[in-house]
Design a protein around this ligand. Sequence first.
Ligand SMILES: *Cc1c(COP(=O)(O)O)cnc(C)c1O
Length: 229
Amino acid sequence: MYQSILENVAQILERVKILRPEGGVSVMAATKNHSREEALAAITAGVPLIGENRVQEARDKWIVRPPVPLHLIGHLQTNKVKYAIELFDVIQSVDSERVAEALNQRAGERRLSIMIQVNAGKEPNKMGLHPEEVLAFLARGDKWPNLCVTGLMVVLPQARDSSIEENQRIRRYMQEMAELWRMCRREGFPWAPLQELSMGMSGDWEWAVESGATMIRLGTALMGPRIQK
Ligand SMILES: *Cc1c(COP(=O)(O)O)cnc(C)c1O
């Protein structure tokens, strides 16, 4: 069962090891529109982390939680915050002060791990802080004592074609984001240890690993094409 998922996972874990022999890259399976069984196959094959985009889909799928950490990587509506906090180990998709505020309010006793979503190309159709807004956001941390920022979650423009120019354009964004991440870490904000740079998807993950990503988020490359519902 799910032989292709097992093969994809084995191949990609092997390739990551070649690109980063010293380790330090975790591979997330982004399992939106894929079944619980498919996701469990990826975990069995060695994927250490599951990412879901929609709170409702994740609640339905993970009534019994997966045996690995579960991260939210899609936009969080503030009316779903309560469920998101119950279900997810990390909310990677914090894309506004409003969401941070709502999470902080609902966090209760728990110190919530979040990441800041950064819209690297400032694309109007994508959520996330613009790169130049990230430092100011981090400087406001004392407003949200129940949150801990464990990383940046970068969303990138897609390459329009496979030309060298497009390749270079996307890599330039990645290098800028890696530089932004290192700069934010150097600031040493107590609420923002920023261990992770979550960057790279199926079409560009090898470049992301080369640029310093510590986490890549793979959907189609691991799970196969998504069936739209
Ligand atoms: C769907 C999704 C991914 C994985 O996309 P693929 O291109 O299928 O690898 C990664 N990150 C986010 C935020 C996503 O929504």
